[in-house]
Write a protein that binds this ligand. Structure first.
Ligand SMILES: Cc1cc2nc3c(=O)[nH]c(=O)nc-3n(C[C@H](O)[C@H](O)[C@H](O)COP(=O)(O)O)c2cc1C
Length: 164
């Protein structure tokens, strides 16, 4: 039985909290539904090959996914190319006010891997605008954490049931 891999990077805590909520939800899915939450810099090509579906969780920085997440894709892209086609994926982006640039970049890479999107892209805007707000630790609204728990549970359940 393959598991859900939650691959995350965070600088000020929002994406980390969202990834933890995803993991909690996936654990609630119960028997048969496995989950692994791995920080992007620790992800190996084998981690990607061994998982059955993926959630990529990171902030948007300068209209892009964060460098640590990009490096994860850069180092894993060719080792797994052609070996994970058809597997499901989802994205959760922590952002100040946008988030679409990071989401679109991950979608392009996922298209290259021939993954299929199995949940709508989630963008969580924290509203940080000033340098002080942007650099401050983030508190994620409960509604967004709940949405991530639901997504994690749905993805782990779907994977265990062979829905995707
Ligand atoms: C260098 C830098 C660049 C950023 N650029 C963007 C951006 O282009 N769009 C956006 O919506 N938010 C931007 N932000 C805001 C972060 O996405 C936001 O603070 C998010 O909550 C960070 O997630 P984290 O708490 O998981 O690190 C930027 C933050 C930093 C530090």
């Amino acid at each position: 039985m393959s598991h859900l891999a939650i691959i995350w990077h965070s600088r000020t805590g929002a994406a980390r909290a969202l990834s933890q909520a995803l993991e909690e939800g996936a654990r609630d899915a119960g028997e048969g539904a496995g989950v692994r939450r791995i920080r992007a810099r620790d992800v190996t090509a084998d981690d990607i090959l061994e998982a059955g579906a993926y959630v990529f969780v990171c902030p948007e920085n300068l209209a892009s996914m964060t460098g640590e997440m990009k490096e994860m894709f850069d180092q894993a892209y060719y080792p797994v190319l052609g070996r994970i086609e058809g597997r499901g994926y989802a994205t959760v982006i922590a952002a100040g006010s946008d988030g679409h640039g990071a989401q679109a970049q991950i979608e392009r890479i996922a298209m290259g891997w021939r993954l299929k999107r199995v949940a709508d892209g989630m963008i969580v805007n924290l509203g940080a605008q000033t340098p002080e707000e942007i650099l401050a630790p983030k508190i994620v609204p409960q509604a967004s954490l709940s949405a991530c728990r639901e997504m994690g549970e749905a993805l782990a359940t779907g994977l265990a049931m062979g829905v995707f």
